[in-house]
Design a protein. Structure first.
Length: 185
C-alpha cells in the first residue's frame, strides 16, 4: 500500500508518550517526533536481508535499508506495526510478535528522522514476496561483507539503517568478546 501524505501518525514527546495526531506530510515537514519499526530478517546461514527502497518513495528513495520498516499508525503499538510491515513489504506472515525478538528501542534523533524506533530480529528461511511499490530490490548479505560495502559508500544506505546496523554490530561484538563498548574502541 503506497504511503499517503494524509496518513495519520501519533505525535509523541521526548518520553515517547502520545501528545496528539497529525497527517504524515505535516509530521515529516515539521520534524515532529513519531514512531517507527525496523525488522532485520536473518536466515540460518547468518545472512541479513536488506531492501532497496523504491524510487517512488517520498523519503530516502533508492537507498538500502533494513529488511522491513515502517511507521506505527495512530493508535497502533510497535509490535503490531512490526507484524504488519513484515506482511506488507515482504509477504512474511507470522502469528504475532512472539515470532520476533525485540533487539532494542532507540530514541528519536536526526538519524532516525525524528522517529522513536523499535528494532526487531526475525529468522526466516522461507520465500518472501517483495512489494514492488515499496521495494526495488532485495539481497542477502554476510555481516562482514555488508560492513565493507557501507564503508565503501555510506550514501547508498539510509541513515537510520547505518545507525541500527552500527548498534547491532556493536552488540554482536560485545556478545562475542564479552567486553563493554568502551573497550572495543
Amino acid at each position: 500500500m503506497p504511503s499517503s501524505p494524509n496518513e495519520i501518525f501519533d505525535i509523541v514527546d521526548e518520553t515517547d508518550q502520545v501528545i496528539g495526531q497529525a497527517p504524515r506530510g505535516r509530521v515529516h515537514a515539521e520534524g515532529l517526533m513519531h514512531r517507527a519499526v525496523h525488522i532485520l530478517v536473518w536466515n540460518s546461514r547468518n545472512e541479513v536481508f536488506l531492501q532497496k527502497r523504491s524510487m517512488s518513495k517520498d523519503q530516502m528513495p533508492g537507498v538500502w535499508t533494513t529488511s522491513a520498516s515502517g511507521h506505527v499508525d495512530s493508535g497502533e503499538d510497535y509490535d503490531t506495526a512490526a507484524v504488519r510491515e513484515l506482511g506488507e513489504e515482504l509477504g512474511i506472515q507470522i502469528q504475532g510478535p512472539e515470532a520476533m525478538q525485540l533487539l532494542f528501542k532507540h530514541p528519536a534523533c536526526k538519524h532516525t528522522g525524528a522517529e522513536f524506533i523499535q528494532v526487531y530480529h526475525l529468522v526466516w528461511d522461507a520465500d518472501m514476496t517483495l512489494d514492488p511499490e515499496e521495494i526495488d530490490a532485495g539481497a542477502w548479505y554476510q555481516p562482514d561483507a555488508l560492513d565493507a560495502l557501507i564503508r565503501e559508500d555510506r550514501r547508498n544506505y539510509a541513515p537510520s539503517f547505518r545507525l541500527i546496523w552500527g548498534i547491532v554490530r556493536q552488540q554482536d561484538a560485545q556478545a562475542f568478546f564479552g567486553e563493554s563498548s568502551d573497550s572495543l574502541q
